[in-house]
Write a protein that binds this ligand. Structure first.
Ligand code: SF4
Ligand code: SF4
Length: 163
């Protein structure tokens, strides 16, 4: 969804957002029931929480180092993400954008840790989200409210939901 602004090559050379420290487990992508069930049959384990599913990565850490990163189940070191477009979580399709709740309003905010997106001026990102993908993202979030995260102060807001 963000291919206009984020090239596949940049992501292939980075993959930062497909590995997780313990403090970033809240950022792991969320899977719907049907997808988690389908993937569970292939041996992947998930934990359920209020109508959605997360990968269970908590027991994959080998050290007590808080900076240790554990890769997503679906990250292949050569091919990148091995999930097809139908199976890939919406969270991953829009990352580094996030739908968040800020003072009872839905907003689309920018995760500040993506180095490539940070090279793009914030005003340009705001225009892209408002003109191109914002409505699609809000519509999806209203039908799948589990993807909405609580707002974090260091995430710049790109668009407010006015409906
Ligand atoms: S952090 Fe940004 S550049 Fe890196 S893989 Fe994720 S989206 Fe791509
Ligand atoms: S599902 Fe794919 S895109 Fe999403 S975190 Fe895992 S490897 Fe990355």
């Amino acid at each position: 969804m963000l291919s206009q602004i984020l090239s596949k090559e940049s992501c292939a050379n980075c993959r930062f957002c497909c590995s997780f420290r313990r403090c970033s487990l809240w950022e792991t992508p969320l899977f719907d029931n049907e997808t988690a069930e389908k993937l569970s049959k292939k041996g992947y384990s998930f934990v359920s929480d209020k109508g959605f599913f997360r990968m269970y990565l908590d027991d994959k850490y080998k050290t007590n180092d808080e900076n240790e990163e554990v890769p997503c189940y679906f990250l292949d070191s050569k091919k990148g993400c091995i999930l097809d477009e139908d199976t890939k979580p919406f969270d991953c399709k829009i990352w580094p954008l996030r739908v968040m709740k800020k003072e009872d309003k839905l907003v689309i905010a920018l995760t500040p840790t993506c180095k490539e997106i940070n090279k793009i001026p914030l005003e340009k990102m705001k225009a892209f989200v408002n003109d191109e993908v914002g409505k699609i993202i809000f519509d999806y979030a209203k039908n799948h409210p589990y993807i909405v995260k609580e707002y974090r102060e260091d995430f710049p807001v790109l668009m407010y939901d006015e409906n």
